[in-house]
Structure formats: structure tokens, C-alpha cells
Design a binder for this molecule. Structure first.
Ligand SMILES: Cc1ncc(COP(=O)(O)O)c(C=O)c1O
Length: 388
């Protein structure tokens, strides 16, 4: 087999598109004014920054004044959840979230529990879809906020946020969704989807690292967490990251429907080959679909019985293939992934799981190389495994 270098860990981060780098460059070297300064250098930066805000807002069908630039998905999640519950304490102290959230949401909720807030964690079915009946029952008069993610970073399940938002609003609470993995992959319309707050991040879509945004619906009260100047509609102090926002907007502009279709096809081609050709393998999360509206178009998450994901990852790495064993943030931990256990997997099966996440840059030839390499690697590891 001819060796190749294949990067398929795009849910961890993506390669910054060279066009994005080009668009950003001038804002480091020539147009470097502070966007809050009153002189022409500042005005030039502010104009570029506001143009970037318009692009991001348009992609979500939001008003530009509803977009707050942040340092990424983690900060957006923190600002959404802590900001809303601190600002709306008068209503109660109850928060609802799901068992499959990213640590940026789960650990924020855990911190809030230490401060006296009560958090309910909703379960999911075998594919990862949130139990809507449980959600209806759990929302109470004193529920301030429901935070349920859109696209899951591990198993790729995409929740019906329009339906969830409606349930949340019928129950009288506010709805936040972490759309870090789904933004630009699944159509989002914050108005139709009944969303009050929504987190996104640039480095998942071929934009630069260290920039993201939070959509905050007009009229929703949020307490500022980073005190300082009155930047970002007084929701986040700190000098504006102009090159970052410009790069983020360029990344949004570069997305096209064709690449989403191509990723869906490659996703299903690869998972079909793996499931057919490697015994005792299973796909975690929902089955592939044509448009990525139930499963993220770039996500393949497969469990191989009787072997360890870490062993597979290291052997694939030697072959030049970059994958992950769970989410990037939990891959340092030996605990089975909380998402895989929430969908009902036994810890020993969860340990044999790898996540392959595609981008528009991947090819059919690379999928074949991954499938051929995985056949070889799993057979080798199974020979050594005491469990058969
Ligand atoms: C679903 C989800 N939320 C939040 C984050 C955190 O985003 P960032 O890396 O921009 O802080 C990630 C990153 O992996 C993610 O997958």
C-alpha cells in the first residue's frame, strides 16, 4: 500500500484556508488600527470588523447587532450560560442541558451547580437524539435556560433545534444551542429555529483559531463576564480581534453546498466500507443521510470490538493518518466518553472507538487509504488481543 498523509481530525480543528490567511494578512501589517480608535486607522479596522459581523449574522439570519465576537466556542458557551443565568437570577435557579454536551457546556454547568444552581441532565436515545418527552417534563417555572447542542462533536447526531426551541419557549425558558460543529454544515435560521443564544467557532470551518461568536437575540439579558471597555454592545470587554473576525467571515464566505454534498458521500462511502469489510464493527450515532440534517456530513464514528481506540490511533498515525478516539478535549482521559456511554455503549466497547472527521479537502482516494489501513491495523491488534 502506498503511504499517504491524511488529516481526518477536522472536528478537532481544520487547516486554515490559504484564502482566509490572505484576507487576514493586511490587518496585521497595514490596517492594524484599534477598531475602537477614532482616527482613520481605527475607522478602517472598525469597518472591516463590522463587515465581518454582517457576514456571520447573515449566515444565521440574525441582525448584526445580535452577534458578539468572542475567542471561540468555549467562551461563547460560558458567556451564554453563565451570562444568562446570572442576569436572570430573579426567575429561579434551574438549568436544563443534555448528557452529551461538549465539556465547554458540561463543566460550565458543573461550576454553576457549585454556586447553588440546579442542573437537570436530559438523556438521549441509542442514536444520540434528545428525549423530547423528558425535556417537556423537566422544564419548570423556575427554569432559566435550556442548553442543548445542535451537532454533536463525537457521534455527529444533529438535534432538531427548531422543535427543541419551541418546547423550551412553550415552557417559558430561554434556549441556547452550541452550534460549533454544525455551523455552515447544517442550515441554521435563528428565527425559525426558536433560538435565543447560539455559539459558533471559526477554527472548525477553515478559519483561524481563537475567534468565535455568540448570537444573542435582541432583548435577552446577559451579564458580561469579561469586564473592561464597553466593546461588543457592552457584553465583552477587550480590544476587537479584527484579523480574526475578518478571517472568520472569509471562512464563512468560502463554504458552499457542493462541498457538503461531497462530504456526505465520502462519509457514507467510508463508513460502508468499514462496516462491510471489518468484522465486529459498528457505527455510533445515526445512519448517514443525504443532506447531513440528522448526522453531520463530516462525521464517521466507529467502534471495533475487542481492541483499544488508542492502539488504533497510534498505528494509524504511523501510517500518516490523523484521527481521534473521542472528542479532542477528552482524548487525554482514560474514562470512556460520556457521549458513548449516554447512547448506551458498554465502557469496554466505547474504548474501541475512533472518530474520523472529514473536511472539504478530503478525497475518495484518502477514504480508500483509511479503509485499507484500518483493515490491516484492526486485524493486527485483534491478533494480540486477549479478548476474542
Ligand atoms: C461542540 C463543541 N463546542 C465547543 C467547542 C469549543 O470550541 P473552541 O475550541 O472554539 O473553544 C468545541 C470544540 O471542539 C466543540 O466541538
Amino acid at each position: 500500500m502506498k503511504s499517504m498523509k491524511v488529516y481526518v481530525d477536522n472536528s478537532a480543528t481544520t487547516r486554515t484556508d490559504p484564502e482566509v490567511v490572505k484576507a487576514m494578512e493586511i490587518f496585521f501589517t497595514e490596517k492594524y488600527g484599534n477598531a475602537s480608535s477614532l482616527h482613520s486607522f481605527g475607522v478602517e479596522s472598525a469597518e472591516a470588523f463590522e463587515k465581518a459581523r454582517d457576514v456571520v449574522a447573515k449566515k444565521l439570519n440574525a441582525d448584526p447587532r445580535e452577534i458578539v465576537f468572542t475567542s471561540g466556542g468555549t467562551e461563547s458557551d460560558n458567556l451564554a450560560i453563565k451570562g444568562v443565568v446570572y442576569a436572570n437570577k430573579g426567575k429561579g435557579n434551574h438549568i436544563v442541558t443534555s448528557k452529551i454536551e461538549h465539556p465547554a457546556v458540561l463543566s460550565t454547568c458543573e461550576e454553576l451547580e457549585k454556586e447553588g444552581f440546579e442542573v437537570s441532565y436530559i438523556g438521549v436515545d441509542g442514536e444520540g437524539f434528545v428525549d423530547l418527552e423528558e425535556l417537556k417534563k423537566v422544564i419548570r417555572k423556575d427554569t432559566i435556560l435550556v442548553s442543548i447542542m445542535h451537532g454533536n462533536n463525537e457521534v455527529g447526531v444533529v438535534q432538531d433545534i427548531g422543535k427543541i426551541g419551541k418546547i423550551v419557549h412553550d415552557g417559558g425558558a430561554l434556549f441556547h444551542t452550541d452550534a460549533v460543529q454544525s455551523f455552515t454544515k447544517v442550515m441554521i435560521d435563528v428565527k425559525k429555529d426558536n433560538v435565543d443564544l447560539l455559539s459558533i467557532s471559526s477554527h472548525k470551518i477553515h478559519g483561524p483559531n481563537g475567534v468565535g461568536a455568540l448570537f444573542v437575540k435582541k432583548g435577552v439579558k446577559v451579564k458580561k463576564l469579561a469586564d473592561g471597555g464597553h466593546h461588543e454592545f457592552d457584553l465583552r470587554g477587550g480590544t476587537e480581534n479584527v484579523p480574526g473576525a475578518v478571517g472568520f467571515a472569509k471562512a464563512v464566505e468560502l463554504v458552499n453546498d457542493e462541498e457538503l454534498k461531497k462530504m456526505c458521500e465520502l462519509r457514507d462511502y467510508l463508513s460502508n466500507r468499514l462496516l462491510k469489510e471489518i468484522p465486529n464493527s459498528r457505527l455510533n450515532g445515526p445512519l448517514g443521510d443525504k443532506d447531513g440534517s440528522r448526522r453531520l456530513c463530516n462525521n464517521v464514528n466507529v467502534a471495533f470490538k475487542h481492541i483499544e481506540g488508542e492502539g488504533i490511533l497510534l498505528k494509524l498515525d504511523i501510517k500518516g493518518i490523523a484521527v481521534s478516539t473521542g472528542s479532542a478535549c477528552s482524548s487525554q482521559s482514560l474514562k470512556p466518553s460520556h457521549v458513548l456511554t449516554a447512547i448506551g455503549m458498554k465502557p469496554e466497547d466505547a474504548h474501541g472507538t475512533i472518530r474520523i472527521t472529514l473536511s472539504r479537502e478530503n478525497t475518495r482516494e484518502e477514504m480508500d487509504y483509511i479503509a485499507d489501513s484500518l483493515k490491516e491495523v484492526t486485524a493486527e491488534l485483534r491478533k494480540l488481543s486477549p479478548f476474542k
